[in-house]
Write a protein that binds this ligand. Structure first.
Ligand code: HPA
Length: 245
């Protein structure tokens, strides 16, 4: 039976609801992945990786996305649910709102963004018109509905480089580009998952209005407070997606 992979983001570093937990590490050609938690829920094997490390000390541009996805692939993961904390742009995309995005625009640079780097594997051009797995998005939608959270089904995620937040002018540009929410971690993760043929979908949470869209200064304290209050719901939604097929 296939394993479900869960990728934790800011504020989501452990998964106590999993039974029979054990910590493992996996060597990949792209580096070693430490702090993988293996466990079970609802008769399904689950692997959990906190992408910023257990101590939140890996910034978005330094996450070893290739190693994380390759490690998942090596241990039999077929479906990946990723959690992403984001800022909101669109009117319906205010703090506290969850989003199951359907599109992404990649503004990152200098990240190891493909397995087809001319060294390890022969070239392929993955199809990426629809970057998320629609079946998994539908499962997330069902779980979000049952969990009674306020959410948007669909939205364009603009992935910026970070770790700094954007300027107000950058946010205006992203708005014109059609972005509804902005984060730093969805890419290249989603594309690498597709390259490894893993079904991938994101549960994003808006933790602030993006730069220039509100009078309030964006502060890490407020972001962390928003995350902390939403963590039980994040776990609840993800747990509801974990079923045998
Ligand atoms: N911009 C980019 N990434 C983020 C933001 C933001 O405003 N908030 C949380 N992650």
């Amino acid at each position: 039976m296939s394993v479900i992979g869960v990728i934790g983001g800011s504020g989501f570093y452990e998964f106590p609801e999993l039974s029979n937990q054990k910590k493992i590490s996996i060597e990949t050609p792209y580096g070693k992945v430490e702090s993988i938690t293996q466990g079970r829920f609802n008769n399904v094997d689950v692997c959990f990786i906190p992408r910023h490390g257990g101590e939140h000390n890996v910034p978005p541009h330094k996450v070893n996305y290739r190693a994380n996805i390759d490690a998942f692939s090596r241990i039999g993961v077929e479906r990946v649910i990723a959690f992403n904390a984001t800022g909101g742009i669109g009117e319906q995309f205010g703090p506290g709102r969850f989003v199951i995005p359907d599109q992404v625009i990649d503004y990152t640079y200098g990240r190891e963004h493909t397995f087809y780097d001319g060294k390890n594997e022969s070239l392929a051009h993955i199809e990426f018109a629809t970057p998320f797995n629609e079946k998994l998005r539908a499962v997330l939608k069902q779980a979000a509905t049952e969990s009674d959270i306020g959410f948007q089904f669909g939205g364009t995620y603009g992935c910026t480089q970070g770790p700094r937040l954007e300027t107000s002018a950058e946010i205006k540009k992203l708005q014109k580009d059609g972005c509804d929410l902005v984060g730093m971690t969805l890419m290249p993760e989603a594309a690498l998952a597709r390259e490894r043929d893993l079904a991938y979908a994101s549960l994003s949470l808006i933790v602030n209005w993006c730069s220039g869209l509100s009078d309030e200064v964006i502060s890490l304290d407020k972001i962390m407070a928003q995350l902390e209050s939403s963590i039980p719901k994040i776990r609840e939604v993800i747990l509801k997606t974990i079923s045998p097929c």
